[in-house]
Structure formats: C-alpha cells, structure tokens
Design a protein around this ligand. Structure first.
Ligand code: ARG
Length: 565
C-alpha cells in the first residue's frame, strides 16, 4: 500500500465534497512539526477558485472522514494541511504489510542496458548503464511489471575487420583473447602502422558483411569469447543479464533495408551528399540549419541510428512493449531525441508506446577529470572489481581479524562489490560523480558497508535470541523513536513506485539510509532484549521488519548482505 496515495485519495474525496476538485499534492512533511505528510496544493486551487485558501483548507478538513487513518488535521501557514497518521493505524498497517504490492497493470517494459561494444573488453564506462539498468529492472519486476531485458551489444562494424585479421595471424587461440583489451590495442596498432594489414582488414569487413562463411565463423568465435567476458563481469556484479537477453546489433541486419523502405514510403528520406537522411524540424544546429539523422551512408552502409530504428520496430511489433527505457550515457541524448522523433513520424512507435532515454553522467576521478588509469588509459571493469575486493578485504580484516581467511574473503567480495554499486546508485543518475574508494568503503555515512553493517547488527540480535520472533503482536508504537522507524518502514511502497516511474535509484538508497539511521536511533533509545515482554516482543518485531526491509531494498539494488561483519 502506498500511504501517500491513500491519504491523497481521502483528501481528494473531501475536496469533492467541499465543492471543488484538483490535486491536493500530498508530500512527505519537510519537518516533524508539520506532521507526517503535508498537503500543499490547496493554495493554488483556492487562487483558481478565487477563494480564501485557509478557509478552503478548513472546509476540506471538515469533510475529511478518516478517523481510522489520521489524527484531526490542522491548517498551517497560508493554507497547508498538516497530516499525522494515527499510531494505531501505523501498527495495523505494519502488521499487514509484507514486501511491496504489485501495481494493477502488468505493462510490458523493455529495459535496454549494459550494451557494451564487443570489440573491446568492458571498461568503467559500462558500469553505470549495467548497474542502474539492472536495479530498475529489479524494481519494475518487484512491482509486477513484465520486464524484458535487452542487451543491445555492439557486434558489428568496421573494427571487426582488423580484429579478425589479427586473430587470423595470431592463430586464433583463445589464450590470445583472454585479454581482449590488449588484443584490441595490438590490432589497432597494426591497422594504423601496416598498410597491408589495413587493406586485409578492409577486405575482411567486406567478406563478413557479404556473409562469407569463414569470415562469419571467425567473427562468431570472437563474439562468443567477448560475450563470455561480459557474462563473467555480470556474474561478479550480481547483474541479472543472461545470454538470452543479448539482442545484438547484428540481429537487425536483415531489417535495415525494410526500415529504410518504410521511411521512404512515409516520405521521410532525403538524399544529402549521397547519404540518406531524415530531416525533422525541431532539430536545429547552432547555425539554424536543420540537423539530419543519417540512416545510410553514401557507400550503402547503415549506421547506429538505423539499427536503433529497427530495434524500435522490433520492440513494438514483436516484444509488444508499452514502455522502453534506455540506460545510456547522457552524451547520446541528441541521438535518442532524433531517433525517437523519427520513429514517431514513421509510425514505428505507436501512440501508446513510451520511449524514454534515461541518461546518466560521467564517473570522475578525485581530480574531477574522467576516471582513467594513471597513464590515462581506460580502466577495465574486471580490474576495478579486483581492486574493490582487495580494498574491502583490508577493511574487513582490520575490523574482524578473528574471522577465518575464507569468511573474510567472502565478506570482502560482498562488501567491495556492494560499495562500488551503491556509491553509484546513491547519486542522482543524471549528475557526474566522483569515484572515491575511501568514501564508498567507509562504515559510516550513506554507503553500502554502513547499511550492510546495520543488517549484520540486527542479525546479531537474533543470534542472541533462542526461538523465532513472534510477529503476531500489537505493533502500535509507544516511543517516538519507534514511531519514526515504523513510519519509515511504511514508506517503502511509495519510494519504490517513485523509483520505477522516474528511473532514479538514488531515492531508494536515500530511503534505506534514512531507515538505517532511524533504526540506529531506535536501537540506542529503546532497549530490545532487556525490555519487558510486551515491549520486547514489539521491538523484536520491529527489528525483524527492519532487517527484511533493508535486505529487500538492497536486493532491489542488486546488493547482498553478509551474514556477519
Ligand atoms: N553500444 C552502445 C555504446 O556503447 C550503447 C547501446 C545503447 N543502446 C541502444 N539501443 N542504442 O555506446
């Protein structure tokens, strides 16, 4: 149950009875003295109706019939309504809550994420799309949406010519391909320095694109190795992408000509310098000229945009998507605006289908510049994860020197990977952020280790208890710290729905951090194991609910929790 929505509905009802309609705009109260929730929409509505806002707010309150849910509300300031949930309602609501409720409509949501270029090994530039997309996929699944993951990997294009040629020369053994990054660098060096190699590479592209079987087989071998590298990274990251989710660019090869013909049939194609382009008003360059979307080069080759248009057709006709979310770098914003507009103009996207670019900012080093190795090279994702685990091992070992080496290793893996993911997910998606090892591995503040540690602490309470926690007790809070904890526990649904709509996981992180903080205050102020029976049972039940909610929420972010730490 989304508490905020329930209150909003009751208020709307009261507003109708008071003779006017509109959105009461219920929000979490900014300060405790404003209650738990505050309705902020009355003033604007009063202005429209040319009525006194405080009087109007009073009239709404008079019609509000919710003695079970909220204490008698008050008008505040120029016409806000402060709402405080009844303690008995908090207890009953917590008693009946479990996890989250699915949304009523099972919309089909395609999530386009990760999508590395397979010519190279995954590097830090792929981290954000991979983990943010995965978190949103988990959130939507939990809410009951029909989620379809699409890993739109780049497996086509001219770089494969030089890779295949280099592979041929190297004798095509997989040991060579174990380090794809170096392999790529070596091939590129030869391509730039050896004219003969470059020429053979160009021929290899032609052979590949014309479907010649030896070239296709070699290419497929390379792609398989590269994809298995990706799969290793996904497994380490705990990302749910499977090989069945891979829908590579090459899968659309046969649709590209049809896509072009469809654009032509709609009268959208214009030839410009030999290339086929779509010009749409509304896309103007700085000089005032309309920007083209190029869909076919003068040599007949198709482009990234052409494939994306074909993918939209497929996601509509075959996947029947209601909504498609693209977790792709903010620098591709113009590409997506153009592609979406063209898809709409050409009818590839019907009116009911929503296409949303979910852009994200860059990962920066501590110097505020793009995150690179000291020598200025790209950082491989596998290397980054190695470092995360190593650094976490140091921290974990210093805190728990008595744990066995094996357990410390295991905890370090969970904490290290969790820290990398959480430090990213907890920032507003569209901002750039500074990648900072010390900050993300700290055991205090808004970090994964802190949240994992709070979970471990609750577990240690349960270890000291024999038997199960009895959940069938009155959960009405009797202490302000209990109340604050319970209220937060009941906000999970609201937060998760917001994350699903906006594709912004940091709301969930902020929620969990707030929950952990409230739990710590509760735990400081309210004795649990040493309390008397009624208090003890109720507080143990709060501990249980908190642990379940923390684990569930971290699970939605794709972050595990160690048994102890
Ligand atoms: N492979 C692309 C890149 O590395 C990302 C693909 C994103 N998805 C899409 N449908 N264009 O930039």
């Amino acid at each position: 149950m989304n508490l905020r929505t329930v209150i909003e509905l009751r208020l709307s009802e009261a507003m109708r009875k008071a003779g006017f309609a509109g959105n009461p705009l219920v929000q979490t109260a900014a300060r405790p003295e404003f209650g738990d929730y505050q309705a902020n929409g009355i003033m604007a509505l009063a202005k429209q109706a040319k009525r006194n806002p405080r009087e109007l707010a009073q009239a709404v309150i008079a019609e509000l019939d919710s003695p079970d849910l909220i204490d008698p509300p008050e008008v505040a300031g120029p016409g806000f309504i402060n709402l405080r949930l009844k303690d008995s309602h908090l207890g009953a609501a917590l008693q009946s809550s479990s996890g989250i409720d699915p949304v009523p409509n099972r919309e089909r949501v395609v999530i386009d994420y990760s999508a590395p270029n397979l010519a190279k090994e995954m590097h830090v530039g792929h981290l954000r799309s991979t983990i943010i997309g995965d978190a949103i996929a988990r959130v939507l699944t939990a809410l009951g949406y029909h989620v379809i993951r699409q890993n739109h990997v780049g497996d086509w294009g001219t770089q494969f010519g030089m890779l295949l040629t280099h592979m041929q020369d190297a004798g095509a053994n997989s040991a060579q391909l174990a380090d794809l990054e170096s392999f790529y660098v070596a091939a590129k060096k030869r391509f730039d320095e050896e004219p003969q190699f470059a020429e053979r590479s160009r021929q290899a592209v032609v052979a590949l694109q014309s479907g010649e079987s030896a070239a296709r087989a070699a290419w497929q071998q390379f792609i398989n190795v590269s994809l298995s590298h990706c799969q290793d990274v996904y497994e380490r990251l705990g990302v749910l992408l499977a090989s069945a989710d891979v829908m590579p660019e090459s899968a659309y090869n046969d649709d590209l000509e049809t896509t072009l013909n469809d654009l032509n049939a709609c009268g959208l194609l214009t030839e410009s310098n030999g290339a086929q382009c779509v010009f749409l008003d509304g896309f103007k360059a700085k000089d005032g000229n309309v920007l083209p979307l190029i869909v076919q080069k003068s040599d007949g080759g198709y482009l990234y945009a052409t494939t994306d248009l074909a993918a939209i057709r497929y996601r509509n006709r075959t996947l029947h998507a209601d909504r498609v979310l693209y977790f792709v770098d903010a620098r591709q914003a113009l590409h997506f605006r153009q592609v979406f507009a063209v898809a709409e103009a050409a009818g590839f996207k019907p009116a009911g289908m929503q296409l949303e670019h979910m852009p994200f900012g860059a990962m920066l080093g501590k110097d505020g510049r793009p995150f690179k190795t000291r020598a200025g090279g790209v950082i491989k994702l596998s290397g980054l994860l190695d470092e995360a685990e190593e650094r976490a091992l140091e921290v974990v070992s210093s805190k728990n020197p008595d744990f066995s080496a094996e357990e410390r290793q295991q905890i370090a893996r969970t904490v290290g990977i969790g820290a990398v993911k959480y430090s990213d997910l907890s920032k507003h998606r569209t901002n750039d952020y500074v990648f900072d090892w010390d900050q993300m591995l700290a055991f205090d503040g808004n970090t994964a280790p802190y949240l994992q540690y709070v979970c471990a602490r609750i577990r240690s309470v349960f270890r000291r208890l024999d038997g199960e926690v009895n959940m069938r007790v009155d959960l009405t809070p009797t202490h302000p710290a209990e109340r604050s904890l319970v209220l937060q526990l009941l906000r999970l649904q609201e937060v998760v729905e917001k994350v699903a709509t906006e594709g912004l996981p940091h709301y969930l992180c902020a929620f969990l951090y707030d929950l952990a903080t409230r739990f710590s205050q509760f735990y400081e102020q309210c004795p649990v194991l040493s309390a008397h029976s009624l208090d003890r049972n109720r507080r143990l039940a709060y501990c249980r609910k908190t642990l379940d909610t923390m684990e569930f929420g971290l699970g939605l972010l794709g972050i595990d929790v160690p048994e102890r730490m």
